[in-house]
Design a protein around this ligand. Structure first.
Ligand SMILES: Nc1ncnc2c1ncn2[C@@H]1O[C@H](COP(=O)(O)OP(=O)(O)O)[C@@H](O)[C@H]1O
Ligand SMILES: N[C@@H](CCOP(=O)(O)O)C(=O)O
Length: 287
């Protein structure tokens, strides 16, 4: 049996900690034979191979008496790069507990559990549900709703350096003025309305008008401003900091990507540019 989990690109600009999109990079987890101890094979130097691995740790948080298995994990999701690698591990762990423990969890239950672990829904909710998802917690429960996807391709600029989410969150202010909070929230509100009204140009403009997190994080990801400028020249709809970075996501017509890539190189930006697209399936179990 195999569990397949998509990466996720969170925030989409002003949707900080609330809006996220599943994207076509995947973690796969092969559930192999029973074992005396939990063992997970993978090729990531910095990740553990025992039950301290986030995938197994998450599964045991949900069902502590799961009998140990030999697992094999492969992932195209760069770790600590703003593409939801930690969330993909959490969601894989929830699904592992769900299947091995025969829990029959609903998607809403998976989302609620994942949000409680991660603390915010904008990676785990799209990784579970697929598509573009908007969520938050209210009165002690998390809820997430899918919104229409933008009919565009995605180009993810992936700098070589890592940026742990915790470090990028430490760069944020602890408070905002009422004016900043209400205006930043209003921008996100109109972005969501624009998604349902197919007002793509307005959505693109609002995606680049975040007032919560991109400015204080700009010093950690100096490429963002330049990529956004090059994106405008290439006719992209929008460019935003993917999650906590350093990945920078550009929403662009597929046929515009080659010229975008060429303009980035001319601007001295030569790190990998991944041509991806939204994922619409979310977490899958493949027998
Ligand atoms: N495939 C994986 N398997 C197990 N743990 C993982 C995996 N991917 C990420 N993690 C855990 O998540 C941490 C990175 O989380 P974070 O800083 O939030 O980065 P990201 O922006 O990629 O989510 C890693 O240090 C590791 O502990
Ligand atoms: N809203 C969070 C999103 C973190 O996403 P990740 O892919 O970097 O884990 C934040 O911006 O801190």
């Amino acid at each position: 049996m195999q569990i397949k989990v998509p990466a996720s690109s969170a925030n989409l600009g002003p949707g900080f900690d609330s809006i996220g999109m599943a994207v076509s990079l995947y973690l796969t987890l092969d559930v192999l034979e029973p074992s005396d101890e939990w063992v997970i094979d993978h090729d990531f130097d910095d990740l553990p191979h025992d039950q301290s691995n986030m995938i197994i740790d998450t599964a045991l948080k949900i069902k502590a008496d799961l009998p140990p298995r030999h697992l094999k994990m492969q992932s195209a999701i760069p770790v600590a790069h703003g593409l939801g690698s930690s969330s993909s591990a959490i969601v894989a762990g929830i699904e592992l507990a769900n299947v091995l423990g025969k829990l029959q969890l609903s998607n809403d239950e998976k989302v609620a559990i994942a949000c409680e672990i991660e603390g915010h829904p904008d990676n785990v909710a799209p990784a579970i549900l697929g598509g573009l998802v908007i969520g938050t917690n209210v009165n002690g429960h998390f809820d997430a709703i899918q919104a229409p996807l933008l009919p565009y391709a995605l180009a993810a600029y992936v700098p070589a350096y890592n940026l742990k989410t915790a470090d990028a969150r430490a760069a944020l202010p602890t408070s905002l003025t009422l004016k900043q909070a209400t205006h930043g929230s209003a921008i996100a509100n109109v972005l969501v309305a624009g998604l349902f009204a197919n007002r793509y140009d307005l959505v693109g403009e609002l995606m680049e008008a975040d007032e919560f997190h991109e400015q204080p994080r700009a010093k950690l990801v100096p490429e963002l401003a330049k990529i956004r400028e090059v994106g405008h020249e290439a006719g992209a709809l929008a460019t935003y900091l993917s999650g906590a970075g350093p990945t920078v996501m550009t929403i662009i017509d597929k046929q515009g990507i080659p010229r975008f890539k060429q303009l980035l190189l001319q601007a001295g930006l030569s790190d990998p540019l991944l041509e991806i697209e939204p994922d619409t399936e979310g977490v899958q179990v493949i027998d």
